[in-house]
Ligand binder design. Structure first.
Ligand code: 0WD
Length: 256
């Protein structure tokens, strides 16, 4: 389709072919978008270059960005501004917490672990929105990735659930801030998908088997389904929607 023809969209968080951001990349590319990528590590950069080559996707630009650093964010977006100019979309698909704190009791969360999860998984959206809105002079769409653990207690998700609650609240406050510039901010709340990050959360297999058992659609979701929902948020089809959290989870969240 031509839904995103001529649109410049920044994608943050492709670590490998299993990354949710890679599913999103394929959907946006198929809709005609020009893609700009950011990643943190050299390892991810190499994997991304290989993936793009294998799939015949040409990146408009690839820049390094560690969301833990304001300088890194600033230099990434100033390079994007210099080399691309106006952007129309931003995909935020980044999160982190210490593995030791993704099991056991939430009450055992350390101060540092709490702050780290909040910084990388929630504050990062605030920081990149601030940088990206300067480049969204024709309006735009920002989409982040969240999880049901923000709304409900999900075993082992602990400190990340609290960080996702903060991320979802940030989506609403940011939507209000940038709405006046024609920029929308939304989140996709995906069901469990086996990725590098998901491996860090204890008991992942249980989570996916509960979905096949209890979700209305009786099947797990994949990166491509998150990709298409993100495409909807990126496109004019969702022009009336902002500050929203859309569940892409086979309907699991409606089941008590
Ligand atoms: O079941 C799942 N996998 C779900 C994931 C269900 C619902 C939501 N999500 C969320 C995650 O919480 C995260 O926000 O989706 C987002 C993407 O997660 P993913 O695709 O499961 O995980 P992964 O493939 O490991 O990608 C996470 C990215 C990696 O990219 P890079 O390029 O850095 O390797 O987040 C990155 C991580 O390294 N990341 C950072 N990127 C920039 N700066 C940072 C950082 N400081 N820390 C982690």
């Amino acid at each position: 389709s031509d839904l995103l023809k001529g649109k410049n969209i920044v994608v943050m968080g492709v670590a490998n072919q299993r990354s949710i951001a890679w599913g999103i990349t394929k959907s946006l590319h198929n809709a005609g978008a020009n893609l700009i990528f950011t990643n943190r590590q050299e390892r991810s950069y190499k994997k991304l270059v290989k993936l793009l080559e294998e799939n015949g996707i040409e990146a408009k630009l690839i820049v390094t960005c560690d969301v833990a650093s304001d300088e890194s964010i600033q230099s990434a977006f100033s390079e994007i501004k210099d080399k691309v100019g106006v952007i129309h979309g931003l995909v935020h698909s980044v999160a982190f917490a210490n593995k030791e704190e993704l099991k056991g009791e939430y009450a055992d969360t350390s101060r540092d672990g709490f702050l780290l999860a909040q910084e990388i998984s929630a504050y990062s959206l605030v920081a990149v929105t601030k940088a990206a809105k300067e480049l969204m002079t024709e309006g735009g769409s920002i989409v982040t990735q969240t999880y049901l653990g923000a709304e409900r207690v999900i075993k082992n998700y602990n400190v990340m659930g609290v960080a996702k609650a903060s991320l979802e609240a940030s989506v609403r406050y940011l939507a209000e801030d940038v709405g006046k510039y024609g920029i929308r901010v939304n989140a996709v709340s995906a069901g469990p998908i086996r990725t590098l990050s998901a491996k860090g959360v204890s008991g992942f297999n249980e989570k996916t088997s509960v979905i096949t058992e209890k979700a209305p659609l009786r099947r797990n979701i994949d990166q491509d389904q998150v990709g298409d929902a993100t495409l909807f948020f990126m496109s004019e089809l969702s022009r009336g929607i902002t500050g929203e959290v859309l569940h892409v989870d086979s309907g699991y969240h409606i089941i008590g």
